[in-house]
Design a protein around this ligand. Structure first.
Ligand SMILES: Cc1cc2nc3c(=O)[nH]c(=O)nc-3n(C[C@H](O)[C@H](O)[C@H](O)COP(=O)(O)OP(=O)(O)OC[C@H]3O[C@@H](n4cnc5c(N)ncnc54)[C@H](O)[C@@H]3O)c2cc1C
Length: 154
């Protein structure tokens, strides 16, 4: 088992269920922090024919994040902001990793203070425009603000 893939022991018990209140079983779990790690985990498990359940914040009500054996790939530690650009209509498009939590995103947008570490020059220029622009907000709202952006998209 690679270092990123841990056996599913009692300490991970909560990851066997989501807000649907149903629970399932898994044999292993991972919490990747980078895209490369996700790729390595998928490559390894695919070769071994292990089924994978992807999890965001597990607020879903339809049991989509409940495992039925195999591996749990939990994205909650992938929460970096990757860059910003504007489209032809002048709208700001923010690129984030899937584990960014909606309530955090709202807070950052409200403060107009995004974590820009590692951004390229084009993103930093868009960020200056963002700070000079009227207040921006992210309109999608599943009402449960502890949901992750990846889970919301899925
Ligand atoms: C009190 C309450 C109220 C709610 N109200 C609403 C509502 O009004 N409208 C609404 O739509 N929902 C609502 N929900 C449901 C839930 O909040 C949303 O479905 C939310 O978008 C799920 O996000 P999550 O990060 O928790 O995803 P999870 O529950 O972790 O996952 C949801 C699904 O997405 C998949 N998934 C998660 N992340 C990824 C990824 N990175 N890549 C691929 N697949 C992924 C999972 O496998 C699963 O199938 C509510 C939930 C609660 C608890």
């Amino acid at each position: 088992m690679s270092a990123a893939i841990k056996p599913f022991s009692d300490e991970f018990e909560e990851y066997g269920r989501d807000e649907s209140r149903t629970s399932g079983e898994a044999s292993s779990i991972s919490f990747p922090t980078k895209e490369d790690e996700v790729r390595a985990i998928l490559r390894k498990l695919h070769a071994e024919h292990v089924p994978i359940t992807v999890q965001g914040a597990r607020t879903g009500l339809a049991a989509g994040a409940v495992p039925h054996g195999g591996h749990i790939l939990n994205t909650s530690r992938m929460n970096r902001y990757l860059g910003l650009r504007r489209d032809e209509q002048g709208r700001f498009l923010l690129r984030v990793e899937p584990g960014v939590v909606l309530s955090e995103l709202r807070k950052q947008l409200g403060k107009k203070a995004l974590p820009t570490a590692g951004w390229d020059q084009a993103s930093l220029e868009a960020y200056e425009e963002f700070q000079a622009a009227p207040e921006q907000f992210f309109p999608t709202d599943p009402t449960e603000a502890s949901a992750c952006l990846g889970g919301m998209a899925a």
